[in-house]
Design a binder for this molecule. Structure first.
Ligand code: NAD
Ligand code: ZN
Length: 404
């Protein structure tokens, strides 16, 4: 032990009032072993380890950037100016329904030439000066949401609205994962280690779709045991909600889509009923499954006005509408009906705060999101991958895996 400690400085973060704190026995033992023990007072944004503190102090001045500009890598800094990004070699990645919304023009903040993609697993290639949790060569899962972990919103696990320039920025405000390499801002809080031996393609589903279906659909929608649930949109996100809703034992799970092929997949993944919404009596079919009164929870996982309107038409009094879809235009809310029926409507951008829990369930095999993977492409076939995912009905595509 002494050999290990000799010459090392050990910092102890005091809880408050540094003065007057006596060195206790373990500290003395450390000193006797050759370490210099210091007491540090905590401060806002203070750093947990001496190594990190030393790194910060030794940064050359030209690495410090004072203003965050989310469009620029050099702006990916914490106040105080420490580069805290990891550079990753991406492998594998996938395409999201949101990427299609971007191509459709529904997300105007995306500028021409932006590299899309916010999902993937990769290997750390370079580590920013402020990153302490990862090293070169680590295999990591990328969260679609980058977050500092330190601001007021991050402290509430509302990572999607990180106040330090994080949030959904990957493949949106900064270049994303549909590339050989990607820069992940706030590496410590935006990446998760790949457990040894895990199926990495399954883990790609954890970057976005599984937490989105679960957090914005199932949790926001307050799915309860015995409930009747309708999920509008049987794409990867709707199917992720279908998979994770079953953790709460709903009695009936109705999947609604225009594509019979996707509805077939939904049945294999646990849907008890399916309704093709192109059918003129689609609402009646849902109401019949809902014992004539409707569904306790209506999840919208498409992102267009008619599907949110459908949710309003099928939800029971006291029920929940959980909107998951990315909308590009206003939608009519029938407030004159919703208020008197005690309906709760939730919306949201995923926080990915449930990644640690979902990761355990995927690794243990309790959740098997790899069932959503239908196609594989190499990175130089990325256009074909977009064509396939964009023509999902014809191609019978769900998640397409792209490998560099
Ligand atoms: P997707 O495009 O693969 O799936 C959408 C599904 O909706 C398709 O199966 C399509 O056939 C179906 N659909 C289209 N019109 C319909 C209609 N009128 N009635 C019934 N079904 C209809 O997309 P995805 O990857 O599953 O994503 C679903 C939505 O979730 C998208 O809007 C995406 O942008 C959004 N999303 C939101 C978040 C968030 O944080 N809130 C995160 C990721 C994705
Ligand atoms: Zn933050």
């Amino acid at each position: 032990m002494s050999a290990l400690l000799t010459g090392r400085r050990i910092a102890i973060l005091a809880t408050d009032g540094v003065e007057g704190i006596e060195l206790t026995e373990p500290h003395r033992a450390l000193e006797e072993a050759g370490a210099t023990v210091e007491l540090l007072a905590p401060q806002a944004g203070s750093i947990q380890s001496m190594d990190h503190q030393e790194k910060r102090e030794s940064l050359p001045v030209d690495r410090r950037v004072s203003e965050a500009d989310p469009g620029d890598y050099d702006g990916l800094v914490l106040p105080g100016g420490v580069m805290n990004a990891d550079k990753l070699r991406v492998n594998p990645t996938t395409i999201c329904g949101s990427d299609l919304h971007i191509l459709k023009g529904d997300v105007p903040a995306v500028t021409d030439g932006r590299i899309l993609g916010h999902e993937g697993v990769g290997v750390v290639d370079e580590v920013g000066d402020a990153v302490i949790g990862f090293k070169v060569g680590d295999r990591v899962i990328i969260s679609c949401i980058s977050s500092c972990g330190k601001c007021e919103n991050c402290k509430k696990s509302m990572y999607s609205h990180c106040l330090n320039g994080g949030g959904w920025i990957l493949g949106h405000l900064i270049d994303g994962t549909h590339a050989e390499y990607v820069r992940i801002p706030f590496g410590d809080n935006s990446l998760y280690p790949v457990p040894y031996g895990a199926d990495e393609e399954a883990l790609v589903m954890i970057s976005d779709i599984l937490p989105t279906g679960f957090e914005i659909g199932v949790l926001n929608g307050h799915v309860q045991p015995g409930d009747t649930i309708a999920i509008v949109g049987a794409g990867p996100v709707g199917l992720s909600a279908l998979i994770t809703a079953q953790l709460y034992s709903p009695a009936k799970l109705i999947m609604i889509d225009l594509e019979d092929a996707r509805l077939e997949v939904a049945k294999q993944l646990g849907a008890t009923h399916t309704v093709n919404s192109s059918s003129p009596d689609a609402v009646d079919q849902v109401m019949a499954v809902g014992d004539g009164i409707g569904v306790n929870v209506a999840l919208e996982a498409v992102g267009i006005p008619p599907t949110l309107e459908l949710c309003q038409a099928i939800v029971v009094p006291g029920g929940h509408i959980a909107n998951v879809g990315v909308h590009g235009k206003p939608v009519q809310l029938d407030m004159e009906k919703l208020w008197i029926h005690n309906i709760t409507l939730t919306t949201g951008l995923v926080d990915t705060r449930t990644i640690p829990m979902l990761l355990k369930m995927v690794v243990s095999g309790k959740l098997r999101p790899q069932q959503l993977i239908t196609h594989h492409f190499s990175l130089d076939q990325v256009e074909a991958a977009y064509d396939t995912f964009g023509n999902a009905a014809k191609e019978k595509a769900l998640k397409v895996i792209i490998t560099a």
